[in-house]
Design a protein around this ligand. Structure first.
Ligand SMILES: [Zn+2]
Length: 363
């Protein structure tokens, strides 16, 4: 059991990415309550880092978080080069289900009307509502300004630009950020706090019309502090859009230690729609909408992890885990009815949350 506040040397060859782990105990990251109790003990099933980690529930506000957790200084070791969001195309990828419609080559360098219609139909059918782009708040020809936290290769930034937005990205992984810059994007390396401190002119208060953070907030040591800073950067009425795994859904209760979205120890926070509301209120942000995504990727990944754990000789588990990172269009089409039903009954494994800058933070 890797616990306590002391340093723990790692030497397992299968976990070469981790050379030295330092864990720290923490109060509740949302409300500051020092008392919490362990609700789950699990290991890193995706990358095989040795040791087990504890999820704790706050005694006051019931938020679930990793405790003890890796320090800010050592957490980077848990993001290997093949970490899911770091993989993939470098040529301006267009994620499936994004709701965007682009050209589809037919083998002769031209695009037929029927192919375009088919593509639109498929994209409409599998649209997960994971990363919606708001309408421009400014009249033409003015371009609104957006900021994306944890932008990885910059796929979403390119979508924003195609919709007429000016945009800046922030990415902690230097190599990934460099690849995004090579595609013509303005991407800064670091955390939101460090980037704002290094360029106060670009990141002046009330500068941005919208800020996005897709599957990022659960990785943060102090999400309230980051959202308060994001709020300062927003113009009055500006929107913050985030997505997170949904710890309050049936998947987590069913799969427990093998729930795909646990992703220990990089997921430091485990949100429900209720704890998201508390975090936004503490950050001075007003909730606009909670969207249950039409997305069963966590479900497929959880099945894969369960199969790989129970039947390590079978290849099906590994294939399902791989599919979760690289879903096929046909697979998404077939799974969409289930994804839509889970979203309707508000049991999706992933949430998208839209908030607006409002009153000053309360904490
Ligand atoms: Zn709390």
């Amino acid at each position: 059991m890797a616990s306590g506040a002391d340093g723990v040397s790692r030497s397992d060859a299968g976990a070469a990415i981790v050379s030295h782990l330092v864990l720290e105990n923490t109060a509740c990251p949302l409300c500051g309550e020092p008392q919490s109790h362990t609700v789950l003990v699990a290991s890193d099933l995706l990358y095989g880092c040795p040791g087990e980690f504890k999820l704790a529930r706050c005694a006051a506000c019931y938020h679930v978080f990793l405790n003890p957790r890796p320090t800010r200084e050592c957490i980077g070791q848990f993001y290997p080069a093949d970490y899911g969001p770091f993989r993939g195309a470098l040529s301006v990828p267009r994620p499936l289900g994004s709701g965007q419609c682009g050209p589809l080559p037919n083998g002769r360098g031209t695009v037929t009307r029927s192919w375009k219609c088919l593509r639109r139909l498929v994209l409409w059918w599998i649209d997960s509502r994971a990363a919606p782009i708001p309408h421009s708040p400014l009249p033409a020809p003015y371009s609104p300004l957006a900021l994306e936290l944890g932008c990885s290769h910059g796929a979403f930034l390119h979508q924003l630009r195609e919709r007429g937005w000016k945009c800046v990205g922030i990415e902690p992984a230097a190599e990934v950020a460099r690849r995004a810059v090579e595609t013509g994007l303005d991407v800064r390396v670091g955390s939101l706090e460090s980037v704002v401190a290094s360029d106060p002119q670009t990141f002046a208060p009330s500068s941005f019309d919208a800020i996005f953070a897709w599957m990022v907030i659960e990785h943060l040591h102090d999400p309230v502090a980051t959202l308060r800073l994001a709020r300062e950067l927003l113009k009055p009425g500006g929107t913050l859009s985030i997505s997170v795994p949904n710890f309050g859904c049936w998947e987590q209760r069913t799969f427990g230690r093998v729930w795909y979205a646990l992703q220990l120890p990089t997921h430091l926070q485990h949100f429900t729609s209720a704890s998201i509301r508390r975090m936004l209120a503490a950050s001075g942000l007003e909730l606009v909408e909670v969207i249950h995504q039409r997305n069963v990727n966590n479900l497929v990944g959880s099945l894969g992890l369960w199969l790989r754990t129970k039947f390590p000789r079978w290849s099906l588990g590994e294939r399902l885990i791989h599919w979760t990172d690289n879903p096929s269009a046909i697979g998404l089409c077939l799974l969409t009815p289930l994804a839509r039903i889970l979203a309707i009954v508000r049991q999706s494994g992933r949430l998208t949350v839209v908030a607006r800058r409002s009153n000053p933070p309360m904490r």
